[in-house]
Ligand binder design. Structure first.
Ligand SMILES: *[C@@H]1O[C@H](CO)[C@@H](O)[C@H](O)[C@H]1NC(C)=O
Ligand SMILES: *[C@@H]1O[C@H](CO)[C@@H](O)[C@H](O)[C@H]1NC(C)=O
Length: 448
């Protein structure tokens, strides 16, 4: 395991050399005109056609690049960066069936529009130029209400027209009584008002669209926070009351999405939630049970962690807020959870959200999740993950979309969003939060 934070902080002390990209800097990709070689000790690895990144590992001599390409990054002939082998311990063997391997990840036009509108509001030219780059980093498309579904048809048609292997990333997020332990992201359906049937209809509409585009690959994150809340928060009556509906709905989603070959990752919270020793066993049991109840379909690939959160994938200087949890980063959490899942018959692979994980040691408590001040965009999406358990680093959270309002008069007000480490004033969840976006851009690590 390599030590991201230590290396990054070390590198911050080294003067920038313009002829080569810094560790974790960009070194290639469509439209990239900057340096294509990396500082000593790192090598340029293709993350996707839009982005190549300097990752730790001995750089191969420039002339031998074609023979030393490794297949675990989703390389593409259109990228100008060159994948080279990394130092022992940092390479990962592609796991069979990794949907991210050798496939172009489709850029969400919805997010690109948000970014373009945001960039137009930024007067500082340097910041605006950095912000504009975010539009070419793939994020997930959140289908968080029925009204968003028709846009999926447009995106699928668009992806299909691009030819080759195209991967569209979606988040399934519309459970009845959604967000049972918090308030900020309460959804449109309630169990009391036909919520389960409405949810099944929501899934049916998504499935009908995906079915029309069999050549386009779809990866889905299933219902952020929902099953994790069933592991730890059943003492909250809102979660206890939602338990049966959540299990029924997730079961329906997994079966129906698998029938049209969607690759699913169930949301599994993060290291600071289910990574505690007392939670790992119950979490593994629940996820394995849900997987088996859905018929153990091969399309249910595994779990997604750190969605919309801020944890590092790896660090050798644990944030003080993690004290007491042996799993103080996502890698440790995944390494602890995976064998327990395997024992129960769920050979899970993982994806890890790093969209807002660029800066650590910014929270006063590990449970703080709402618009945390000082956050920055994090490591870019990449199949070079440092672990064969992890299919890809991804950006599930479209950074800049608000986590929840700080307005205490709002129906969806959650006190987490007015804590001292939350940026305020904050608009409603899901809406654009311009000042927060600008901070993410400014604090991005690696820099944009
Ligand atoms: C309930 O869920 C939150 C996340 O929403 C988690 O941080 C917290 O630890 C859970 N509470 C308990 C008592 O486990
Ligand atoms: C806060 O929410 C209330 C209720 O929705 C609304 O009337 C008020 O205008 C909001 N305040 C701000 C500052 O947005």
């Amino acid at each position: 395991m390599f030590k991201l934070a230590a290396l990054a902080s070390l590198l911050a002390l080294v003067p920038y050399v313009s002829a080569q990209s810094q560790l974790y800097g960009q070194c290639g990709g469509m439209g990239w005109t900057g340096p294509t070689t990396c500082v000593s000790g790192s090598s340029c690895v293709v993350s996707n056609p839009y982005y190549s990144q300097c990752l730790p590992g001995a750089a191969a001599p420039p002339s031998s690049s074609s023979s030393s390409s490794v297949s675990h990054s989703s390389s593409s002939s259109s990228a100008s960066g060159t994948a080279t082998s990394s130092a022992p311990g940092t390479t990962t063997t592609p796991t069979a069936g990794n949907p991210f391997a050798n496939c172009n990840v489709y850029l969400s036009p919805y997010y690109a529009n948000e970014i373009n509108a945001a960039v137009a509001q930024i007067s500082d030219a340097t910041t605006a130029a950095k912000a504009a780059k975010v539009a070419s980093i793939p994020t997930f498309i959140w289908l968080d209400s029925v009204s968003k579904i028709p846009s999926l048809d447009t995106y699928m048609a668009d992806a299909e027209s691009m030819g080759g292997c195209q991967l569209v990333q979606i988040v399934i997020y519309d459970l009845p009584n959604r967000d049972c332990h918090a308030k900020a992201s309460n959804g449109e359906f309630t169990i009391a008002n036909n919520g389960v049937a409405n949810y099944e209809n929501y899934i049916d509409q998504i499935v009908a669209i995906i079915k029309k585009y069999p050549t386009v690959k779809v990866v889905a994150v299933i219902e952020p926070d929902s099953l994790a809340n069933l592991v730890t928060n059943l003492s909250d009556p809102n979660c206890a009351n939602a338990q049966t509906a959540y299990l029924t709905c997730v079961n329906y989603a997994l079966k129906q999405l698998s029938s049209v070959n969607v690759i699913s990752y169930m949301d599994a919270g993060h290291a600071g939630w289910l990574g505690w020793a007392s939670n790992l066993g119950p979490a593994a049991q629940l996820f394995a049970q849900v997987y088996k109840n859905a018929g153990s379909p091969p399309q249910v690939r595994g779990l997604a962690t750190d969605v919309s959160n801020y944890n590092a994938l790896t660090t050798n200087s644990p944030d003080p807020i993690t004290q007491g949890d042996a799993c103080y980063d996502e890698m440790l959490y995944i390494q602890a959870l995976a064998p327990l899942l395997q024992q129960q018959g769920f050979p899970a692979s993982f994806i890890v959200d790093q969209s807002r994980s660029g800066v650590q040691n910014i929270r006063t408590a590990w449970g703080d999740w709402c618009n945390v001040k000082g956050a920055g965009f994090g490591p870019r999406p990449s199949t070079n993950t440092g672990s064969s358990l992890i299919d890809s680093i991804v950006w599930v959270k479209p950074g800049g979309e608000c986590d929840g309002t700080s307005n205490s008069s709002s129906a969806r007000y959650d006190s987490s969003c007015s804590q001292s480490d939350a940026l305020q004033p904050a608009p409603e969840a899901g809406t654009w939060f311009q000042t927060y976006f600008v901070d993410l851009v400014t604090n991005a690590n690696p820099p944009l």
